[in-house]
Design a protein around this ligand. Sequence first.
Ligand code: PHB
Length: 392
Amino acid sequence: MTTTRRHQLAATALALAAMALPFAAHTQTAPKLKVGLMLPYTGTFAALGNAIENGFRLQIAEAGGKVAGREVEFFKVDDESDPSKATDNVNKLVKRDAVDVLVGTVHSGVAMAMAKVAKDSGTLLIVPNAGADAVTGAMCAPNIFRSSFSNWQPGYAMGEVMAKKGHKKVVTITWKYAAGDESVKGFKEAFEKGGGAVVKELSLPFPNVEFQALLTEIAATKPDAVYTFFAGGGAVKFVKDYAGAGLKKSIPLYGAGFITDGTLEAQGDAADGLFTTLHYADSLGTARDNAFRLAYVKAYKLQPDVYAVQGYDAAQMLAIGLNAVKGDVSKKAEIAAALQKAKIDSPRGAFSLSKAHNPVQDIYLRQVVGKENKLVGVASKSLADPARGCKM
Ligand code: PHB
């Protein structure tokens, strides 16, 4: 054989091998699943974003590092809890990175921008915290799911609790944005139904923490009790300022459980004794929760909180949806059908999803004892968000 002929044959063999390669690679290993994490990694909700990511990664690690047989590749954006940057930020993940699934976020205003982009582009979205009622209400969609709660849920449960305790006149205080407004609205709905009255609704812009003037107003109004929604860094400061102003002894403070979740180390004695309502507590004592807490502490040298649970469950939901379609994210209707009939084995207790894709779940009454949100009892059993405005 001539040298030229040998070169020709070698070239043909190489070309054939190159043609066969992508096919061989495809049949042996599925392409990586691109997961877009859009969370706050800076600002007042930074710790919440980190806990969600930790929980999400823990579940995937427990499942052998894969979802429905596909390895996971993460794309991350710090949304800074800034709604004005939210559409650009989510488009970095959807358009630039072409992720298969979006996971985010904490802030309700940012989450609504994510839901809009998810709805328009058809990208699968799992919300691991933000309670914006509209996400599983007016904006509900077959490809949008939530592993957390609606803002209405813990608020409504606390309205029932405080009415039963016999409080009549309550002042509310929160940040002026969707989550604060909706938490207060849910509270008010149940509290008024139970015979109570909200005599004053106080608020300040997100994420401000200049509480003094508002605390002075609470002292002057002398209500029976106060209902509040704050979270993260703002919750730490509010609880300390409330005690510091001398109000804790005279006017009992209640809240949606975010006020004392992931915050107790920083709040110290100021949080002692507070009653809150949430879909998680630190001392559930179930085998499922104990195993989760042990694994989380081992992995991160940190105590888990409600945000870690919601991140963990977002990954469980992703696995349930994708296992049903063997990892094919394009099969949206089948993913939705699988999640619709699933019982999600959460550390909080098993839950199912409503038709609007929000957890139907027990809301616990908890009390701060030492550094724990101790379980007092179930405030509201299998509470379902009313999903107002959802047509699906
Ligand atoms: C929200 O903006 O929906 C939100 C933020 C922090 C929380 C809970 C809800 O802890």
